[in-house]
Design a binder for this molecule. Structure first.
Ligand SMILES: Cc1c2[nH]c(c1CCC(=O)O)Cc1[nH]c(c(CCC(=O)O)c1C)Cc1[nH]c(c(CCC(=O)O)c1C)Cc1[nH]c(c(C)c1CCC(=O)O)C2
Length: 344
């Protein structure tokens, strides 16, 4: 059923001599062709909502590097916008949103099933990609995990420690839980439409899972991911799900079993040899080269790439960075990483 696409074979548990490879934020500002298309779109959100241009930037890194997978070009914050939050990107400062901190703010949000008009251009991007991608390249859809998306909705911006979200959890647990439930439900609907439009695997980005500890990790990182995975697999049997509880540390252990995801994406703070022994035992893992090597390059990049490939070589593995590539990266270093993984 996984066919011949390497990414889908790895997600189905196959061990390969050369792992499939793609890169988080592979369509991004480090590429001159991305910057040109973004300028054509005018701004980041217009790029996300213009299907032809969003498909174009998704395809750019495939053409340039021949990655084994493409990830839909969109953003995790489009979902809160579709639920009714205001969203804008302050140049050089990252995202800004209207906040959800009171019952009245929550009551103003739309129901989960009312998101699709706003998100229709995203589904159209997926349809274009599923027609235009080379036959051996898999298409990954994605969404933010409920906790991570909630941290942005509560604070109205990115925060170093997710303080406002932790504060709301402490002050009004019913409201916090209602927001997580709404996001969980909306994420199932959003990813379902991506799958129907042609996404062949989906990834849940829980970028701020690392600030959840103890029971809170179970309740807000594990449980929403488990619910979303279970609902998707009930609707689309066999759809592979990648979970990315970034900076989960020791909580990566058992995450796949507890949630039902097919693959756990590892950030670069965990040692690959440790993760092979403790996480890959349960199935496919993705990761986890430090993105800074895409800036610094050289023999260290080659050595570290080989170390990651070797550490995960005895189980199913998708080669990737431990987090997104940064705008100051050198595309030549990306090529060097790919050549090293593919043994050239
Ligand atoms: C937290 C988060 C966001 N967005 C995302 C996350 C989770 C992953 C992570 O931890 O990085 C996920 C995301 N964002 C983007 C994608 C597209 C697919 C990909 O190439 O990986 C994906 C999967 C495009 C983007 N999303 C954004 C850009 C840069 C926008 C630009 O072109 O100016 C891209 C290519 C903007 C964005 N979007 C977000 C932030 C905080 C920012 C600003 C930071 C920055 O500028 O890099 C929210």
């Amino acid at each position: 059923m996984a066919g011949t696409k390497k990414l889908l074979r790895a997600l189905a548990g196959e061990v390969m001599d050369v792992p499939p490879i793609w890169m988080m934020r592979q369509a991004g500002r480090y590429l001159p062709e991305y910057r040109a298309t973004r300028a054509q779109a005018g701004d980041f959100l217009s790029l996300c909502y213009t299907p032809d241009l969003a498909a174009e930037v998704t395809l750019q890194p495939i053409r340039r590097f021949g990655f084994d997978a493409a990830i839909l070009f969109a953003d995790i914050l489009l979902l809160p916008q579709a639920l009714g939050a205001d969203l804008w990107f302050a140049t050089g400062e990252g995202p800004r949103l209207s906040t959800v901190t009171t019952q009245a703010d929550f009551a103003a949000l739309k129901p989960a099933n009312a998101i699709h008009d706003r998100l229709a251009p995203v589904y159209e991007t997926v349809r274009i990609l599923s027609r235009e991608l080379p036959a051996d390249v898999a298409l990954i859809g994605f969404a933010g995990a409920p906790w991570t998306v909630a941290t942005y909705m509560i604070a109205g911006r990115g925060t170093p420690d997710q303080g406002p979200a932790h504060a709301l959890m402490a002050e009004d647990l019913a409201l916090f839980d209602a927001l997580i439930d709404r996001l969980t439900e909306a994420t199932v609907d959003y990813l379902s439409r991506q799958i129907e439009a042609g996404a062949e695997a989906v990834k849940l980005f829980d970028s701020w899972a690392g600030s959840l500890h103890g029971e809170a990790f179970d309740r807000y990182a594990v449980e929403p991911c488990r619910r979303i995975t279970q609902a998707l697999k009930a609707r689309y049997p066999g759809i592979p799900v990648i979970g990315f509880p970034r900076e989960a540390g020791e909580r990566y252990v058992g995450f796949a079993k507890a949630t039902g995801v097919d693959c756990v994406a590892l950030d670069n703070s965990v040692d690959a040899a440790w993760a092979a022994e403790n996480v890959q035992v349960d199935g496919c893992v993705q990761g986890n080269l430090d993105p800074r090597h895409m800036v610094t390059g050289g023999q260290v990049l080659i050595d570290e790439t080989r170390r990651v490939v070797e550490a995960f070589s005895r189980g199913p593995h998708i080669f990737n960075l431990g987090h997104g590539i940064t705008p100051d990266a050198d595309p030549a270093n990306v090529q060097l990483m790919i050549d090293t993984v593919r043994g050239r």
